[in-house]
Write a protein that binds this ligand. Sequence first.
Ligand SMILES: *Cc1c(COP(=O)(O)O)cnc(C)c1O
Length: 361
Amino acid sequence: MTIQSVNHSIEQLKAYEMDKSNEELTREYGLGDIVKLASNENPTGCSPHVTLAITSKLGELSRYPDGAGQGLKQALADFLGCETKQIVLGNGSNELLNNITASFADGDDVIVYSQYAFSDYELASLGISERTQQVAAKNFAHDLPAMLETVNQTANCKMVIITNPNNPTGTVLAKDDLIKFIKKVPSEVLVVIDEAYIEFAPTLSCVDLTQEYDNVIVLRSFSKAYGLAALRIGYAVSSASIAEILNYTRQSFNTSTLAHAAATAAIKDQHFINQYLAFNHEQKQALYDGLDSLGVVYVKSATNFVMVNVGDGMDIYQSLIEQGVVVRPMVGYGLPAWIRVSVGLPEEINRFLDTLAQVLS
Ligand SMILES: *Cc1c(COP(=O)(O)O)cnc(C)c1O
């Protein structure tokens, strides 16, 4: 059957390659113990306060959630030093990305982002507009001066998306450079800053700039450092006027009672985050050391994942998965030599390094 009525900008979309579930992997490869290092999740789990908070809500599952998520928004406003009317909650920050492009971009508006930026920007843009503009990266990082030039020279440029720290390369942009950039972007162009990994580089956050610049939207996620990927909860911080529009266009009950309770407990447990950051720092060093002794090239990362040059990324990805080690091939990003590996537990890193040594030889 052909579906002829599909929005034809959607035809350009390549299907997003979903992670295989452990069940599927077991069926396909007959594997016992599977190590998943493909999605940059927190390998240590989440704060114990989260588990308690969720348990306390189990009697409320038959009721709709608080559609405004007021309790969580208040906790976030206290944590960030902003007002609750600047915050919009999303079913993961990805939902907000879709909501932002759908709310602000029209058919012939152009959305600008960097080469080697998060694959979902294409997904979020292409259903809306056929016109995205990728700007060449420099040393695997965003080239902000080149992005500024593209924004200024592109008629109908509606939005520019920046990822800091960047996924999949792990690179960061200096806050001073971001401030300079935002100052020079025309005020009618939205600057969306995806801070899914900002917990790993907190001084670079641009949340404070939303007080001064009405066109800045910062996206945050509980899926990575906070360890709540399964619950699908993220948020946007912006001027109150943008938040009001995003609140009109979102679904009334887009985030759940359990997610509200979990995220509220999580944001209040910064001790957990600090412990995890120290753990991640140590394990990332162990991963670097192992890669160094294998003599493979990698990009130094500010985050909880590392991009590694293995010669033929797809081939090595396939060989690793056959041994029960799941990483992310980078060919879809135009980086066919590379794979991305998340910083896991010590035994997971060792298993990855041992298996990599074996498949490379
Ligand atoms: C994981 C990730 C997200 C999405 O996170 P969710 O909150 O789980 O939707 C957004 N941006 C980047 C760069 C990510 O890596």
